[in-house]
Design a binder for this molecule. Structure first.
Ligand code: RIB
Ligand code: CA
Length: 318
């Protein structure tokens, strides 16, 4: 059975690979993209999203709704230094000429949920501003949605944007707090990404050798990130947090271990802005409602990425 899917994205870097995975997988029906402020300047993100859909041959079927251009409350910085200017490696600046859909992303999320109660899965791979606003517009959002998957947080591990925080939660910690407190979320965090959602340069080069349009695109969007990784960590690799999230959603058998905990976010400005707390020992009286993905079948994940890039079919061996 195909599942209806809406993706909220700050399209740059591996967001593109997550979108490709969703567009190419038969088990999900990608209904819409909603764009949120995050990785790079907003208009680049919108074009990056349209370009990716176009590449997957679904730009006519999947509307792109523009959403929040800034977080709920706080100032933030883009991360062009990670993904390259524009977010696709630094040399690709699409101008698709494709129109955005009429209406605001927040309304699109609410409308999709109301139209098909209990049938729509929401995948959130950017800061959570649009989703928090959708919750304020439709307080029954949790009941109306089927599943909510979020990439964000750094659970009991160092952040990537600051020592305390992962990027998506750091950008809009107020929104992340609302979403984790009010929705039943399955969470893929930065720690899992480092443990099992990172692909080494040699493996990435193997994909590129296939010389397919998707593999070439992946090589382009990871070029700057690989150099960044080399410089910061001394490792030639690229992280795929958003792609890992979509892979788990598309193929739930990928998830080997998951537990439900109370997870909360520090929304205060300062050095712990965006810090994600996980109450692993049940010490607080917070309600455990966040399902945390703790381990995945890493080899199967890499296979899905390879099958997507080389054969245009992420589910080829699922
Ligand atoms: O911290 C990882 C997140 O921010 C991902 O969603 C990716 O897009 C990144 O920039
Ligand atoms: Ca993202």
């Amino acid at each position: 059975m195909t599942r209806k899917l809406v993706i909220d994205t700050d399209t740059a870097g591996d967001d593109t690979q997550a979108l490709l995975m969703a567009a190419l997988a038969d088990s999900v029906d990608l209904e819409a993209l909603t764009v949120v402020a995050g990785n790079v300047e907003f208009d680049y993100e919108v074009e990056n999203a349209k370009y990716t859909l176009d590449m997957a041959g679904v730009a006519d079927e999947v509307p792109v709704y523009e959403g929040s251009r800034s977080p709920l409350v706080k100032e933030f910085d883009h991360v062009d230094h990670v993904h390259g200017e524009g977010g696709l490696g630094g040399e690709l600046f699409p101008e698709t000429g494709i129109d955005s859909a009429d209406g605001h992303a927040v309304d699109a999320i609410v409308a999709a949920a109301r139209e098909s109660p209990g049938e729509v899965t929401l995948a959130c791979i950017g800061p959570l501003t649009n989703v928090a606003l959708a919750l304020r517009r439709e307080p029954d959002l949790n009941d109306l949605l089927d599943e909510v998957w979020v990439m964000g947080g750094a659970l009991a591990t160092l952040g990537n944007d600051t020592p305390a925080a992962e990027f998506n939660f750091w950008v809009d910690p107020d929104a992340a707090k609302v979403v984790l407190n009010e929705l039943d979320v399955t969470l893929v965090d930065w720690g899992l990404t480092l443990r099992q959602g990172t692909i080494g340069g040699a493996r990435l080069d193997e994909f590129t050798e296939a010389d397919t349009p998707y593999a070439d695109f992946c090589a382009e969007i990871t070029s700057h990130a690989r150099a960044f990784s080399e410089e910061r960590f001394g490792t030639d690799a690229a992280t795929f947090p958003d792609t890992l999230t979509l892979a788990c959603l598309v193929n739930p058998d990928l998830v080997e271990e998951a537990e439900t905990y109370f997870v909360d976010v520090d929304e205060r400005e300062g050095m712990t802005r965006g810090y994600s707390l996980i109450d692993e020992l049940g010490i607080t009286d917070g309600e455990p409602r966040t399902r945390v993905v703790e381990s995945v079948d890493e080899a199967a994940f890499e296979r899905m990425v390879g099958d997507m890039l080389v054969h245009a079919d992420p589910e080829r061996s699922v």
